[in-house]
Unconditional design. Structure first.
Length: 222
């Protein structure tokens, strides 16, 4: 059974518990499997999405929201950690480039029921706690090399779901970004949401700097 088939089976069970659950996961299974660095983004929830919405299908189409422009920028930087990319080469994100960069990733939300523009964290924690078993099962499907938690509360909740120490005890990079080394591979990084209220250039270089340091240190330790 493919990962996508396992996702679909998982969400059929999820909808018995939560009929309005939004499907998420792999954008393109073939590209994900062939990627040298398997990246999973963990987010809070979708915003005001209609009944039957599938985030995987949405990300396969031309899209424009700021969230996904910044994710595409991050992925561009991660693919080029060996060099610094000038911001002028990143400021504009075309539909074709966004689609290319989003293809090989996985995305999962901790709360499968759509929310509003601003997430209520207590509600997020409640849903994630109630769905912890299903969320852990989904996480295990991807065997990621790099997990990017989009928000400190996301890292906090995920740490409980997959049974690792509390994020307040996580080590930090030399510039203060919290992370957790996974036993089998790679890292979990606690970072800002891609729509955080800071300049796009700052949110880009902060994450790329952290991942570059973590990947460099891992190579040295190998």
């Amino acid at each position: 059974m493919s990962i996508t088939e396992k996702e679909n089976s998982l969400f059929r069970r999820w909808r018995k518990k939560r009929p309005l659950a939004v499907s998420d996961g792999l954008v393109n299974e073939r590209l994900y499997k062939s990627s040298s660095l398997k990246i999973l983004f963990v987010m809070k929830e979708t915003n005001n999405t209609p009944t039957g919405f599938d985030l995987r299908e949405f990300l396969r189409k031309p899209i424009r929201p700021q969230t996904w422009d910044n994710v595409a920028r991050w992925l561009t930087g991660i693919a080029s950690l060996h060099r610094d990319i000038p911001w002028k080469q990143l400021a504009s994100v075309s539909d074709s480039h966004r689609a290319k960069m989003l293809g090989p990733i996985a995305v999962m939300n901790l709360k499968k029921i759509p929310g509003g523009h601003t997430t209520i964290n207590d509600n997020l924690r409640l849903h994630a706690r109630e769905d912890a078993g299903l969320l852990a099962e989904q996480f295990r499907l991807y065997k990621p090399d790099l997990v990017i938690c989009c928000g400190t509360v996301v890292a906090e909740i995920l740490s409980g779901i997959i049974s690792i120490d509390h994020p307040s005890e996580w080590p930090t990079t030399s510039r203060g970004i919290s992370y957790w080394p996974m036993k089998e591979r790679g890292h979990i990084v606690s970072y800002a949401h891609p729509e955080a209220r800071v300049d796009d250039c700052l949110i880009f270089y902060g994450l790329i700097d952290a991942i570059r340091e973590l990947r460099r240190n891992r190579r040295k330790a190998a």
